[in-house]
Design a binder for this molecule. Sequence first.
Ligand SMILES: CC(C)(COP(=O)(O)OP(=O)(O)OC[C@H]1O[C@@H](n2cnc3c(N)ncnc32)[C@H](O)[C@@H]1OP(=O)(O)O)[C@@H](O)C(=O)NCCC(=O)NCCS
Length: 163
Amino acid sequence: MNNNPIVFRKPRASDGHAVHRLISQCPPLDQNSVYCNLLQCTDFCDTSIAAVTADDTPVGFISGYRPPARPDTLFIWQVALHPDWRGKGIALEMLTRLFARQEDIKALETTISPGNLASETLFKRFFDQHQMQVSETLLFSSEDHFASQHDDEVLYRGSQASA
Ligand SMILES: CC(C)(COP(=O)(O)OP(=O)(O)OC[C@H]1O[C@@H](n2cnc3c(N)ncnc32)[C@H](O)[C@@H]1OP(=O)(O)O)[C@@H](O)C(=O)NCCC(=O)NCCS
């Protein structure tokens, strides 16, 4: 554990490999390919954010995108924070900063597997802070979509009053 200041910035290609390693240290997140993480850090850098230490090492990462059919929505794919840095509000700050830098945005979506208390609490805090109305629907079911090899993924959509 250390007390270095954290810097929040857009990810870039040079972060791709470190992000891949970070995700591997953050179960229960699914591991994707380095190539996928590189695309998140480049093509999707406007809808993603990195939290880096003073020596520019990524210790936190959020990947996201704006679904083509719902461009006013930020969909959060994964949130990862290195275990040494947890419990300091860094994930909530990443989420807050990422949402704040979106233009023409009305809603935030994510999926959470039932029982991921850390994720449920993080997003509840975000939705509460932004006074969003939240809906919950089963998006991908374990049986129907994952051949029972993965938990359900429940879609949470938080939208601002006018959305
Ligand atoms: C989820 C995760 C990103 C949280 O990071 P973090 O920086 O420790 O979270 P924060 O400090 O910003 O906490 C935000 C809120 O969530 C709560 N929270 C965080 N971890 C928690 C846990 N393990 N259990 C219960 N609540 C938790 C905090 O208490 C806080 O709520 P509060 O302000 O009401 O107290 C981190 O634990 C992680 O990377 N986990 C593994 C990967 C994962 O599950 N990602 C989420 C799915 S996309």
